[in-house]
Design a protein around this ligand. Structure first.
Ligand code: NAP
Length: 490
């Protein structure tokens, strides 16, 4: 399910292993996931592209350190084409219902166009797939146009318009400089100021690209270097004081250098610990905020009245267009409403106190189901692709085990899942995400538990969760009925 990085990566590994009996179901009409959906002006990746790409499909041609979104989308389309995935792709098929059939030992997957019977299901739907539009009273009275950053309406002209930009997360701060170039006025509704670090983003020279093309080994060395440099940033997320202080100083120095006016600077200074919300980077955002036609409103958008956007502080602004850069439904993913156990209980019900999984991969009650980019798999300091690749390896290991041992059903035990979740909760304690004094999208508001982000080093994720081990699974063999496989099913 899903043809973003996780679905495409899984498809590639299946093909390369010579497994052809699979389909990739995708609700949209092209691959790319969040990079297909996010076409807003200024969209780019804030992770270096050489590590925000597959280790098994190096790209020597990234134009700059952090490539624009369009290039990443092209990378994924090319990968899907060159790896022969298009015949496996089923576009325009939103998942309606996936149900485990306990008799046939298969998943029955229904979309508006077809019903599939599958031995294994991989949910690769992503954290950033379903946009979050706040419920704004009076929005139905709005006389202009409004849309979410991930559903950009390219038919709405922005030249000379008065625009309200709602939200100052990664999307919002990339958007502002682009909107300000064309609008007559931009009002930024800032509910919480973000920390922003400087963001030099050099272009790569033709000589560099040629070198990497001729010598993939050099490119691998560069990736390794970038990986460990970024990996060190986890220390600050863990709450190690010296690292926190260094990160805070870098961001606040950037603010001080960029914004001379102390009153404006105070409005832009966060009152929570750095890293609690995603640490952003931009060289343009602060400068744009100080342009004459840009207004910073330091409270939430509270309501709409005809052509007016009215803030929680009571300030009213006449606007023509409202852009909601208000984030995604990450902690309560919508796909979970469409996946059912054999007894009719949905994954969403099973996750009613927050997403959980064993090894961040599989969940009790849902056999033969692998969840990529699900519970505790987001990264606050490194590339999500590294986690995705680890999870693909885990799934491929499970497939190989099932094939080798004739296993029809793999279901993780409740005990193993509970022990893993308890361990993740323990590791979460003391991190900036749980203790940093902010609201962020990594914590499930229902339980207060950190369910979206992985609270440790990235290499620890791969070491612990990147290799399938049958030990904590009930394994049902095709010929011999249900057996418990502790230490292997053979
Ligand atoms: P986000 O980080 O969830 O930010 C949403 C913003 O909307 C927050 O500033 C939030 O304020 C604000 N908001 C929500 N309701 C509001 C209201 N009624 N009035 C005013 N503000 C309101 O979403 P995002 O910026 O789309 O980023 C989501 C994630 O996508 C990022 O963390 C990142 O992982 C990824 N992303 C990455 C890149 C990249 O460069 N790689 C670019 C874009 C996105 P509060 O802070 O007060 O909640």
């Amino acid at each position: 399910m899903g043809a973003g990085f996780a679905g495409i990566g899984t498809g590639i590994q299946l093909k390369r292993k010579g497994i052809g009996d699979f389909v990739i179901i995708e609700r949209a009409d092209e691959v790319g996931g969040t990079w297909r959906d996010n076409t807003y002006p200024g969209v780019a990746c804030d992770v270096p592209s050489h590590i925000y790409s597959f280790s098994f499909r190096l790209n020597p041609d990234w134009s700059r350190v952090r490539a624009p979104g369009r290039e990443i989308q092209e990378y994924l389309v090319t990968a899907a084409r060159e790896e022969g995935l298009y015949p496996h792709l089923r576009f325009g098929e939103a998942l309606e219902r996936a149900t485990w059939d306990d008799v046939a030992k298969r998943w029955i997957v229904e979309t508006p166009r077809a019903t599939y019977s599958a031995r294994f299901v991989v949910l690769a739907c992503g954290h950033l797939a379903d946009e979050r539009l706040p419920d704004i009273p009076g929005i139905e009275t709005f006389t202009g146009d409004f849309f979410h950053s991930a559903r950009w309406n390219h038919d709405v002209p922005l030249e000379g318009k008065r625009i309200a930009l709602i939200g100052t997360g990664a999307s919002g701060i990339q958007l502002l400089p682009e909107l300000a170039k064309v609008a007559s006025q931009v009002v930024v509704f800032q509910r919480t100021p973000p920390y922003i670090s400087p963001a030099p983003n050099p272009v790569y020279t033709e000589a560099e690209k040629r070198l990497w093309s001729r010598s993939p080994e050099t490119l691998r060395e560069l990736r390794t270097e970038m990986f460990w440099l970024a990996e060190a940033n986890f220390a600050a997320r863990r709450g190690v004081p010296a690292y926190l202080e260094a990160a805070r100083k870098k961001a606040l120095d950037h603010l001080e250098r960029s914004v001379p006016d102390p009153e404006l600077r105070a409005k832009l200074t966060p009152d929570y610990e750095i890293g609690c919300k995603r640490l952003l980077n931009s060289d343009e955002y602060y400068a744009t905020l100080q342009e004459d036609h840009v207004i910073l409103e330091t409270s939430a958008l509270a309501r709409i009245d005809g052509g007016q956007a009215i803030s929680a502080a009571g300030n009213a602004f006449e606007v023509d267009v409202i852009v909601f850069a208000t984030g995604f439904e990450a902690a309560q993913p919508l796909f979970a409403n469409h996946v059912f156990r054999h007894d009719g209980i949905s994954l969403a019900d099973s996750w009613c106190e927050g997403m959980i999984a064993y090894a961040s991969n599989t969940t009790h009650g849902f056999p033969n189901l692998f969840i990529l980019n699900g519970p505790n798999t987001s990264s606050g300091h490194l590339s999500a692709i590294y986690i995705i690749e680890s999870q693909i390896n885990y799934f491929m290991g499970a497939l190989e085990f099932a094939h080798t041992h004739g296993a029809e059903v793999l279901e993780v035990t409740k005990e193993a899942e509970s022990a893993y979740v308890a361990d993740v909760r323990r590791r979460s304690e003391g991190t900036v995400w749980t203790d940093g004094g902010c609201h962020n999208w990594y914590v499930d508001p229902r339980s207060g538990a950190l369910t979206v982000i992985w609270p440790d080093f990235m290499h620890a994720f791969r070491e612990e969760n990147g290799t399938f081990d049958p030990e904590p699974y009930h394994v049902e063999l095709a010929a011999h009925g249900r057996v418990e496989a502790r230490g292997g099913a053979a």
